[in-house]
Ligand binder design. Structure first.
Ligand SMILES: Cc1cc2nc3c(=O)[nH]c(=O)nc-3n(C[C@H](O)[C@H](O)[C@H](O)COP(=O)(O)OP(=O)(O)OC[C@H]3O[C@@H](n4cnc5c(N)ncnc54)[C@H](O)[C@@H]3O)c2cc1C
Length: 314
């Protein structure tokens, strides 16, 4: 039986929703599953970790995320617990951490997977800016995968069995890279990479203030608000809202693109959304070829109408 490891990512000490996808995938594999958590108090996280075999709690005086010490500690855990497959979320932290871990653990890494077979060590991932999907087979002794949020169906643990808890000391290493400051956006925003619904605006928004139209629509759907690069470049929206090749890759159940033309660089960031709705006043806009539902019209008319109808329904 293979020993599978999962990196359980915490954000400000709170369990990230996307970890549930990793846990569902690992539980379903029927293998020996080890979850690695860097935290001093496991209690708030433990209910999420039912039905797996082992929790490795990394302890230390300062457990804040620093790439070198996290990567080295995880490489040491992989060696000590003989983990042959190790997975994490394809998040900002996952993108930073896993390539370092691959080098330290002498493992092969497949990033941004849409599907993974943990037993066969096969993964499917988008290539060429999402124009194709390729299948990767890892032949190396150790395989690492990062998995795009929102692609794996979450299933509750069948067993209520509590895992065995093992403590592991954070490895002290000379830090070649050190995070000195994390700048958070001032407003409390929904994390687009984990959002179930997103309403995005493009250049057509014309200014920052007009985004309130999308915020109101988003509020009805408990959705996040995104933007195209044109809107970000014009300073109508902040950089953390950008969806696309050089922005965030999102995967919600519902993506509503308002006044966005549908350039390939935007599309690759949201194409795996389950349902795409486009609102655009140009019936020839490329976004309509990619959308499941298209509304031809002025977004400043349509978005408030949609909001009013949704308010009645929901
Ligand atoms: C290397 C590279 C990386 C890039 N990365 C990204 C990226 O990560 N994300 C990204 O988004 N782009 C990215 N781009 C830019 C991308 O090519 C497009 O320029 C950009 O996506 C266009 O944004 P837009 O659709 O908002 O603007 P436009 O292309 O100008 O489209 C505006 C649309 O709004 C419609 N419209 C106007 N007024 C209204 C109205 N009142 N109601 C309804 N519809 C209206 C118009 O018909 C038009 O279709 C990248 C480009 C390059 C070269």
């Amino acid at each position: 039986m293979a020993n599978i490891g999962l990196y359980i990512e915490l954000k400000d000490g709170v369990f990230k929703k996307s970890n549930r996808e990793l846990l569902s995938l690992a539980r379903k594999s029927g293998q020996n599953v080890h979850a690695v958590v860097f935290c001093s108090d496991l209690q708030p996280v433990l209910p999420e970790l039912r039905g797996i075999q082992t929790v490795i709690q990394v302890r230390g005086t300062d457990l804040a995320y620093q790439p070198d010490r996290y990567a080295q500690t995880m490489a040491d855990i992989i060696a000590e617990f003989k983990l042959t497959v190790f997975c994490g979320i394809f998040s900002a932290q996952g993108k930073d951490l896993f390539p370092r871990l691959a080098a330290k653990a002498k493992a092969s890494l497949v990033n941004d997977c849409l599907a993974v077979d943990l037993v066969a060590r096969k993964a499917t991932k988008p290539v060429y800016s999402g124009k194709l999907q390729a299948e990767f087979q890892v032949e190396d002794e150790r395989a690492l995968f990062t998995i795009r949020p929102n692609v794996i169906a979450v299933e509750e643990a069948v067993s209520n069995a509590q895992p065995e808890i093992k403590a592991f000391q954070l490895t002290a290493v000379p830090e070649r890279t050190r995070i000195t400051q994390v700048l958070k956006s001032s407003a409390k925003k929904i994390d687009l990479t984990e959002a179930e619904a997103i309403v995005s605006g493009g250049r057509a928004m014309k200014n920052k203030e007009n985004f309130v139209v999308l915020e109101e629509l988003a509020a009805c759907l408990k959705a996040g608000v995104g933007a195209s690069r044109a809107a970000v470049d014009a300073e109508y929206a902040s950089a953390d809202m950008q969806v696309g090749q050089t922005g965030k890759v999102v995967n919600p159940k519902l993506y509503i693109a308002c006044g966005i033309s549908g350039a390939i660089q935007h599309f690759v960031g949201m194409k795996t959304s389950k349902i795409i709705v486009a609102i655009n006043k140009d019936p020839e806009a490329p976004i309509f070829k990619k959308a499941d539902y298209g509304i031809v019209g002025d977004l400043f008319v349509i978005a408030p109408l949609l909001k009013d109808e949704l308010k009645k329904l929901l």
